[in-house]
Design a protein around this ligand. Sequence first.
Ligand code: SF4
Length: 238
Amino acid sequence: MSSGFTADEEDLYFDTVEAVQRRLRKTRNPADLLAVIREAFKGFERAFASAPVAARAAVACRAGCGTCCHNEVAVQAHEVLIAAEYVQTHFSPADLEALVARAAAHRTAYAARLVDPAWVWPKTPCVLLREGSCSIYEGRPGICRAYHSNSLAGCITNLAAGHEQVDVKIRGLRGRMFAVMLGIDQAAEAAGFDEHAYDLGSALHEALTNSQCAIRWMRREPAFPADCREDMDGHAPA
Ligand code: SF4
């Protein structure tokens, strides 16, 4: 693995892979498999809590910011299904209907990249961002859990630039959080689950309108159609 991880971060990565793989192997009922990954998300909290004090103190992220929620959100299939499950168990019918409409509009806009070579990410908010806060906070994807910044001004500059112009990474924290995220993803992939990267808004729309997605994932098939796949270059996914 070429990771740029420190030795500690690499240990955390391999420990996460091993622990999640072991739990997936022991799970006999396919309906319980997603819960194994949801449970593994607690590893983010442990990784944060055990990060150096100075690294934790450098976090500039505050409730109600949401600047990083205006970037493209690339996720794994299991993260989409966990987000959809959270929505279905916590949202009112009216909020669910409004979210499906937002996600449908997002999906249509995102699909435009397949036919327009000049397409650029419009920097619109994530469909799950409501009044500056994540509406599925406890069920949010790994990348949202792993990301911390040392500078709000840096995040705003980077969003406007469309790339990381200012280094907002927090040494001693980013690597630990990414070790957990990549460890979970690697364990799921090694167990044969869908390894494609998906656009969160597009795949969430599919998950909320098609109950077959979760069944396909459990069967270790691609959970979502090709138009939901993440493709940073704007080319049609293979
Ligand atoms: S899922 Fe939540 S935390 Fe992640 S980008 Fe969307 S609103 Fe932000």
